[in-house]
Design a protein around this ligand. Structure first.
Ligand code: SF4
Ligand code: SF4
Ligand code: FES
Length: 221
């Protein structure tokens, strides 16, 4: 393992090889937004919000799983990058139904924070059949409100790779895809006791800790 030299936003830096674009950017205090990525989980590259421009590449690349190569020249906030990120946020907001703007959870929602940072307003797109699921509070340890789910799959990976429980999976297909337990059963498992790994990983308010919700509703946090 040696060092390679890359240029990010006009600044030449030396970084250890191997390393991803996101890791190098983070190490050098350059912010690249992420939604489906978490450093202690294997990358799944589904949300594409971390796209950056690499000179010579035909398309934008996802920073979270693209390895650096010597001499790479990267732009993390070019007009093209910002325009694509805005469109991604708009598309995610279109499918992200519910009333979370007025919700106690919105302040903790990475998608809403991104929309605000990128100045994304009301989405231009409309879905014919919005995904709507009634919030579930049957589990005393995790509250589910899957209308807010952006299908980033972090919870599934976190439950597998960090909690080692394998309770969550992706059910159905295409637009009907949904994070489920078992055969789309209610999440009532005692296995979730003292865990909350999935709620901590969730970038939106789709999974949350009932204890924190209670405190927020009472204005304690
Ligand atoms: S609380 Fe833990 S065990 Fe239950 S679904 Fe979430 S990560 Fe899996
Ligand atoms: S519930 Fe949360 S962590 Fe899981 S896929 Fe949906 S948004 Fe991602
Ligand atoms: S954060 Fe890189 S694809 Fe989601």
């Amino acid at each position: 393992m040696g060092n390679i030299t890359v240029t990010i936003n006009g600044t030449e830096i030396s970084v250890p090889d191997p390393m991803t674009i996101l890791e190098a950017a983070t190490q050098n205090n350059i912010d690249i937004p992420t939604l489906c990525h978490q450093p202690d989980l294997t990358p799944n590259g589904v949300c594409r919000i971390c796209v950056v421009e690499v000179e010579g590449a035909r398309t934008l690349v996802a920073a979270c799983h693209t390895p650096l190569t010597d001499g790479m020249v990267i732009h993390t906030r070019s007009p093209k990058v910002l325009s694509v990120r805005k469109t991604i946020v708009e598309l995610l907001l279109t499918a992200h139904t519910g009333t979370c703007v007025n919700d106690v959870n919105a302040a903790n929602c990475a998608l809403h924070k991104l929309a605000s940072d990128l100045e994304v307003g009301e989405p231009r797109f409309h879905v014919q059949k919005p995904r709507f699921y009634a919030p579930e509070e049957s589990n005393p340890y995790v509250t589910r409100d899957l209308s807010k789910c952006i299908l980033c799959f972090k919870c599934v990976k976190a439950c597998d790779e960090i909690a080692g429980k394998g309770v969550l999976s992706v059910g159905y297909r295409g637009f009907e895809s949904k994070i489920i337990t078992g055969c789309d059963d209610a999440l009532t498992h005692d296995i979730c006791k003292d865990c909350i790994v999935c709620a901590d990983a969730c970038p939106t308010g789709a999974l949350s800790r009932p204890d924190l919700l209670d405190k927020k509703q009472k204005g304690a946090v």
